[in-house]
Write a protein that binds this ligand. Structure first.
Ligand SMILES: *[C@@H]1O[C@H](CO)[C@@H](O)[C@H](O)[C@H]1NC(C)=O
Ligand SMILES: *[C@@H]1O[C@H](CO)[C@@H](O)[C@H](O)[C@H]1NC(C)=O
Ligand SMILES: *[C@@H]1O[C@H](CO)[C@@H](O)[C@H](O)[C@H]1NC(C)=O
Length: 401
């Protein structure tokens, strides 16, 4: 009996390996778990670095590493693949890039990401790598003269400014000192809710610490509506879904701890998958919820991404004598600087002109469940289609916005 099972398992692996079709569905399926695992592990590290108040786009860092891996060779490449678990088959990586490109196209009105890879001009970047990078819409490659840091900085900041009107980037001359390869990400997100909050109900309210101590005031938005809300015991949190106006693709998931602290949330998220939450929503149906959520804006600039990437196990790319980036250039190069600036703004409405939704005027008969984010909470902005985590963050220090 046991032998039988082993035999079947063996057979099915072989068949699986040969017949695994490189199509759209399989590509999405094969990337869900690796991007999710990478994202929540990375967010946990970013949280610790930022004193647990931040916004960050883990997908951008994952893509940065994907670009680097295309130019890496030997153990350097293996190491990146081990951490990001990019698919070994080029066809899958290409398919996934197409999926992300079309996501960026479709959602460009609310989110924008720019990855920039900057390499010293003297290093003769290979054309094959330039071609490879071009295939990712959001990634741009610059060859700049690092011996003239002032001009390089001006060019870089200009390129980033043009792409992101609101997010300025502050590179300075020192960043080019002793640098050969630097990578920077900029990402912003502006809300545009599927069901906007009515500003009439927004009021200044108290915000508490996790120990129930008053720590400040926020502009609290309010909403009574049918939403997905569930409790996930494995992460000790209640999770509310607030969809954006995006054909059912993008949602913000808001996490409020039921036990323990929100500081452990990203760590605990590795126990589940996004599907776990969506399946619970499916089973429990939408509930009539009274939502309270502060208006907020967070801008995070993270400059020590190499430390975090190193901590995850990608090490060789940072050592001049170990990094093998032979796919990028024949000169010895290594990555010296990786940064990210992320910006998020959450308001009643977002970019659209204000419309007062009718549903708010009618007061339903039955009682609503209260979900009040008047204490530290975590959030994820997710794409339901690909289950990619576009942004993750924590709100812990209240301010009037
Ligand atoms: C992004 O890539 C897709 C193909 O994957 C292409 O159709 C689209 O035009 C590209 N968009 C931009 C802005 O380059
Ligand atoms: C690089 O930085 C070091 C220390 O900050 C400084 O002594 C050196 O002059 C700088 N080199 C250049 C080329 O700016
Ligand atoms: C609630 O979750 C279900 C199942 O995942 C989904 O089909 C539906 O669009 C969600 N509704 C809202 C309002 O988010």
């Amino acid at each position: 009996m046991i032998l039988n099972i082993v035999f079947i398992a063996f057979l099915s692996t072989v068949v699986h390996g040969i017949n695994f079709n490189c199509n759209h569905e399989n590509a999405v399926a094969s990337f869900k778990r690796p991007t999710y695992d990478f994202s929540v592990r990375f967010l946990d590290r970013v949280a610790q670095q930022t004193n647990y108040h931040f916004v960050f786009s883990p997908l951008s860092t994952w893509l940065q590493l994907m670009s680097l891996a295309e130019g890496a060779r030997g153990p350097t490449q293996t190491e990146i693949w081990k951490v990001t678990r990019h698919h070994r088959m080029k066809c899958f990586r290409r398919k996934f890039r197409e999926i992300l490109n079309s996501m960026d196209d479709e959602l460009s009105f609310m989110t924008k990401r720019t990855n920039v890879i900057v390499i010293n001009k003297l290093l003769d970047v290979k054309e094959s790598f330039e071609e490879e990078v071009k295939k990712t819409n959001t990634t741009k490659l610059f060859s700049l003269n690092f011996n003239d840091p002032a001009q390089a900085v001006a060019k870089l900041n200009k390129a980033i400014d043009m792409d992101l009107n609101d997010v300025g980037s502050q590179f300075d001359v020192n960043d080019f000192n002793l640098t050969v390869l630097l990578m920077t990400d900029t990402a912003y997100f502006k809300s545009d809710w599927w069901k906007p909050f009515n500003p009439v109900y927004t009021s200044t309210e108290t915000f508490y610490s996790e120990e129930n101590i008053v720590i400040g005031k926020v502009r609290m938005m309010q909403h009574e509506e049918y939403f997905n809300l569930t409790e996930v015991p494995l992460i000790n949190a209640r999770v509310l879904e607030l969809p954006f106006n995006s054909n059912g693709r993008l949602s913000m998931l808001v996490f409020l701890p039921t036990r323990g602290t929100v500081l452990d949330l990203f760590y605990n998220l590795k126990n589940i998958r996004l599907t776990t939450i969506f399946n619970l929503y499916n089973a429990e149906r939408e509930k009539f919820v009274r939502v309270q959520l502060p208006r907020f804006k967070i801008l995070s600039e993270l400059r020590n991404i190499p430390e975090l990437v190193y901590d995850m196990g990608v090490k060789r790319i940072f050592y001049p004598d170990l990094a093998d980036l032979g796919g990028i250039t024949d000169y010895p190069v290594y990555a010296s600087l990786m940064t990210q600036i992320a910006d998020i703004e959450i308001t009643e409405q977002g970019a659209r002109p204000s419309i007062i939704p009718d549903s708010l005027i009618m007061k339903p008969e039955h009682d609503s469940i209260v979900f009040s984010a008047n204490r530290p909470f975590a959030f994820l902005i997710v794409d339901r289609l690909t289950e990619a985590i576009l942004f993750g963050g924590l709100y812990r220090y209240p301010s009037i916005h």
